[in-house]
Structures are given as C-alpha cells and as structure tokens.
Design a protein around this ligand. Sequence first.
Ligand code: GAL
Length: 821
Amino acid sequence: MTINLAKYTCIFALIVSLYSCKKNDQISENRKISFNENWQFLLENSLNSDTLNTNWKTLNLPHDWSIEGAFSKKNPATYNGGALPGGIGLYVKSFKIKKNDSLKNHFINFDGVYMNCEVWINDNYLGKRPNGYISFQYDLTPYLNYGENENTIKIKVDNSKQPNSRWYSGSGIYRNVWLVKTDKLHINNWGTYITTPKVNSDKASIKIETTIINDYKEQKKAILKTKVLFKTIKIAENSSQLNIDAENKFSTSENLTIANPNLWSIEKPQLYTLISEIYIENKLVDSYETTFGIRSFKFDLEEGFILNGKSVKIKGVCNHHDLGALGAAINTRAIERQLEILKEMGVNGIRTSHNPPAPELLDLCDKMGFIVMDEAHDMWEQSKTEFDIANNWKEWHKKDLEDLILRDRNHPSIFMWSIGNEIPEQWNIRGAEIGKELASIVKSLDNTRPITAAMNPPIITNNEVTTQFENIADKPNSLAASGALDIIGYNYAHKTYEKHKINFPNIPFIATETTSGLATRGYYASKSDTIKRWPYRWDIPFNDGNIGNTISSYDQVSTPWGSLHEETWKIIKKNKNLTGMYIWTGFDYLGEPTPYVWPSRSSYFGIIDLAGFPKDVYYMYQSEWTDKPVLHVFPHWNWETGKDVDIWAYYSQADEVELFLNEQSLGIKKKEGDELHVMWRVPFNPGTIKAVSRKNGKEVLIKEIKTANQASQITLNPDRNSIKSDGVDLSFVTVTVVDKKGTMVPNAMNNIQFTIEGPGKIVGVDNGDPTSHASFKASNRNAFYGKCLVIIQSLKKEGEIKLTASSSGLENTTVSINTQK
Ligand code: GAL
C-alpha cells in the first residue's frame, strides 16, 4: 500500500477566534440520523412467516419485548434473569434513499441488540453479532435501491436460548439505531482518537488521530481541517493535505496546543468539541464531531486517585443497564434521572457492570461529571450460565473488545477499563494468559487509561478461594499476578483492603465492587441491631428470611461475601491509599433477587429501589459524601402502642441530634468515633417524632415524622411539569397515599388506577416491590409502603397532559404536565 501524504502543517493552534463558530453545518446534521421509527415487529421464530400476519406490530425503537411479557417461574431466564420471557424477534423496516444520494455511502449503526442479531438488506445477509451489549455497523451501500424503489431491512434477534445472563438482559433492539450517510471519502466509524499527552493549568497538548476511508476507485487529494471548539468558540485549528489511495484506509495524526485549558472535573465537567472536516477541491464532503475533555489523573500507591493534581476519593456505584419499568429499552431522560438521583446522594463514579453501556450513559457521565469504569465482560471462555456469550468467546472476543475501546476511548469520564468481572479463569493459568491478551488489545488502542479486573478476591489461600477473607495469605490469583493489570480490583473482601500495600506493594487499589447490602424500601425489622448475613452461602439455597420476602431497611442485612454499607465505607474512608469503591448497586435491577428466589424477581441490593425511590441508607451516603447538611430520621411512626421502636438518624454538618416525641425530649445523641448514625430505642406512642440537629448549639435542621391516620387521598408529584413534545421525553410521577392531613400512610398498598388525557401516554408503572408480578405496562399499580410511580411519555404534540389517579375509598387527584417543543 502506497500512501502519499503531503502534509502541510498549518497549525493555527492557540488561535482564539473572535467570532463564534457554527458547529453543525448541513453535513453533520444529515450525516447520522435516527433510524428508530416505524419498524414492524413480530415475536416469532421463523423469518419465512407471512409479513401480513396480524401479529406484526408497528413500533419505534428502542424496544425491549421482554419487559412487556408476563413474569413466570417457568420462563427459562429464571428469577435470576428477571423471570420474563425471551424468544426470537423479527424486525422489518422499509425505506427509500433519494436518487441523488446514490453516489454516497450508507451505513446502519446499532448501539446494542440483545442478542445474536442477524441483519439482511434487500435479502442480502450482512452478518451476525452475538454479543448483546456491543455497538456495530454494517455498510448498506452495495445493496441499496435509490429513488422510488424501496429497500427492506430485516433483523432477527435471538434471545431464545436461556439462561444466558446472571441478571435481566432484555430482548430486542433495545438501544438506538442510526442511518449514516457519507461521501465515499469519509472519516471512519469511531474514526477519531483524541488524547492529551500533557496537561497543566496553563497549557494542554492535544493529539488527534483520524482514520479516513477512501471508497472511490481513484486516489483522492483532500484537505483535513480539524477545529477545536470550547462551547461555540473556536480555540484551535489545523489543516493537513492528504493524498489517499483508491479504496484505502488511512490514518493521520496532528498535535495542537490549547492555552489555559478548561479542565474536566467532577464538579465542573467542561467539554470540548473537535470538528473534523474533509474537503475535496475546496468542497466540504465530510464533517465529523467528537466530544472530548482535558484532564490529568493518576492512581497513586499512597495518595489514591488524583484528578487534576487533587486527591479525589472515588465514591461510585455499580449499575446494570435496565431502567426498571422501562426494561432495557434505553431512554436518555431515564438514564439522566438515575444519574441525577445518584449525584444528589454524592456519588461520583459509575461502573458499567458488567458490559459495554449505552453510549448515552457515557455522554451523560461526560456532561455530569462521573468517574466511569467501563467494563467489557462478565465471562471469558468459561460460561457462568449455559448459553452465555462465553460460547462465542473464541470467534468474537478480540473484535468485541476492540470495538468497545474504539467506541469509548474519547470519553473524558472513563478512567479505567475493566477487562472482566469475577472471571473464573482468575484461579487458573488461563486467567494470566487471557488477561495478558486482553490487556494488550486494550493497550494497542488506548494506553492512556489503566486496566483493571474485578477479582473475587485478588488473593487466594493455599490455592483455595477464601470465603471468610480473614486469614488471608499472600498469594495473588493468576490474573492478579500476571502483570496484565495496572490496578488491582477487589470485589468484596473488605477485610483485606488494609493489607493491600503488603500484598501488592507496586500496584494501586480499587474496590471494583463492594457491600451487597440488602433492603426493601419502607420495611423495618423490629430490632435494628441484629445483623444478618443472607443467604448463608452463595451456593446453598436460602429457605429462611421474612414472610413476604422483605428485608429490613435499617442497614442490618448483607450478603456474607459483602458487608453492611457502613462497614466497607468506614475502611475506605480512613485509608488514603484506597482510591475508592463502587457499591453493589446504586439502583435495584431486574433479576438476581438474592437472598430470595421466586416469587422474588428483582434485586434487594439497590441503595435506590427499582422505581427510583431512595432507601434510607441513601442518606447515610449523602451525609458522608456531600457538603450539604443532612438530617434523615426513620422509620415511619405507625406502630403498635408500647412496642419498642429503633429510631435512627443520619446527619451531617452538625454536632448532635435531639429527638422529641410529642415535644418530650428523648435525649441528645452524637456520633462517636467512626460512627455513621445515632439511634434511640423508644416505646411507641402515636403522635409526632421531631429531630433537631444542632451545630455549636444552633439549630441546623428539623425533621418530623407523624403518625398517619387512615388513607384518604393521593398526591401526584411529577419530577418535571414540562417535557419536550418529541415523543421520547419522560416525566416520572411519584404517587403517594396520604391521610387527610397529607402524611404518607407508610403501610398503604392501595391499588391506584391512572387515566391520561392529552399528548402523552403511560409507558411504565412500578412501586419497587421485588416480589410483584404485575405488569410494568399496566395503567394501575398497587402502592408499596405508601408509594408507587407512573412514567409518562410525551407524544409528538404540544399541549397539556392531564394525569388522574384514583383508588376506591380515596379522593381522585389530577396533575398537569406540559409538552413543549
Ligand atoms: C458479585 C457479582 C455481581 C453480583 C453480586 C451480588 O459477586 O459480581 O454481578 O452478582 O455479586 O452480590
């Protein structure tokens, strides 16, 4: 291959343009368009089925057919997979391409399809992608019809062989699909790579690598112009002349300098845009946009994680990808809401357990300031469930990992790659062999971020995995010892953290996964100080627990491999070298209802329940992880008279809390030593519990909990009263059952019906109950410990949505939500 590159380096770096630069010209706007609308869908198992079959439904993507199904013990996903149906789904879409686009290239981009996606265009087979979390592209160009002739794209999605996941996967084209139109000379898919080799507060050097495809049958002379924008201001540019051989792929690299860079940080996640343009004979033929950030960081053996020169404790959570009642079908607002709730708690990190996430999650983490650990796999060549992706390891692992890195490496929010979670090979020689292979794939595409793996645990005793983690010897497992990892990732084993420096003197620490505390929102055991480790062992069925499969919401129950929330945080907090932690999990998720089995079908691990309502321990973290004053007092105040009730308070920015029952003081309490909460044991009498936090004798906050009377009304509280009229945006409405005076009735389980008028529809209902088998797609829901949720989506029309909630014996309530352009 001969490539002639005559590169004229006209570096206009440091040029601060006085006028603003229009980011999206015609080309960028049309280059990538949404291809989500108007698909025909059939849940079937044969491509030959009659297209006129009335079972075909018209729908828009993203789409998850499993979430629309019925829960059943018999579904092969099992309760660990969420107990919803899988199957085979067919998607068909017809479309036309304008005649004058016949000289262009057309591609289809899938952000993620679960799983075994096969694609045909006009009956030509484009290929199969087994991995349900990976993004991929096909070139449609050779097979397209133009003008009045239609094109038909057919997709088969096969999620029939189950179990193939340890959690709920969802089924179908559950992420966005795009149609990409380019000139024959164009920037490749994921064709830019921006790194910042030197960063300080006066100056940052930026390296830009661009990969260009020439699909013309002749050599092309072109100019590549790159412009760096901050907001809309052009702050640097460069121009290179290129000669690219016919039908060839070509990469070039440029260096720019930016003065006084606006650094990306958690508090101020400032972003830059790179516009890469290709000109042939002065005509703009391609324009490609990349968002990036400028920041410096390191994982230090002594000082922990350092971002832009400052030490930052990583206070992260792990999350699976489902969005509760919406299932796996991605919706940007639903992800944003989750991140907002986490930010409010003080979370600054997200682990994309255990797979490549939706691109929208990473975009939001870039914008909102989260430290992301991007994870590739839950298994390598050894399966964890019978039909999982390990069956495709040999053929696909290299391509899957390469595509993940190529897609994600420009995101400033990503600080670590995790090459695997609790990979069984970590305990044998394959752990080292595969670990090294994967690390070299990652390093060949991105050597700006460290590689870790979530190991359980990184240390073994006498070649056996310790289950108690107390008598730990000093032998790293095969993967930890292989040299493949830049950071040692611990899943659990919190009692070994303080020995990290001894066991791994030269490799920094990260707690990839911690805690696995368990709770049901709104439910409390009678005594809060008995600690339970449920189940007794991960591989022994648990036949114990509470009637109704509840778990107390005092932080008093955890798995035996994990810890109570307070236990792990106390260790991480006091040791500077422990860079931080990712708690299992931020949000509850469908599947894995540990310690229970069916009829439970979703997790108890979340700090926030499946509907998005915080459990009490949320406020422990908020009191520790944010600067705002916190006073959270619980439980509710509706008990049997005379019964002893434990009242807990999480507080911050205060020295003490005084508790009152019906204005009688129950005493002042202070957190002593490393305590994270205070407690009073109080015989129940109806009335009002009042807590007052004080600093230097001055009141900081007051919280009251009142005994509720009979349920009499419903309140509706939308998270947003005005949403976009784009047919996508959402309003999450909290529904609360209250008494006459407006106090939440803490044990209310009333069935609430919803009706809707105007330009909106109900797309999900939930209440956070891990045992409920009611449909997420119904228009009614039982309250669960006083609350439920209804999710409203706009139609493509401006106007007023009126949502009414009614329930027998309660007053109706209506709320308005506006839809606007
Ligand atoms: C971990 C695993 C997670 C989840 C968790 C539950 O071992 O990595 O995926 O299963 O346990 O405690």
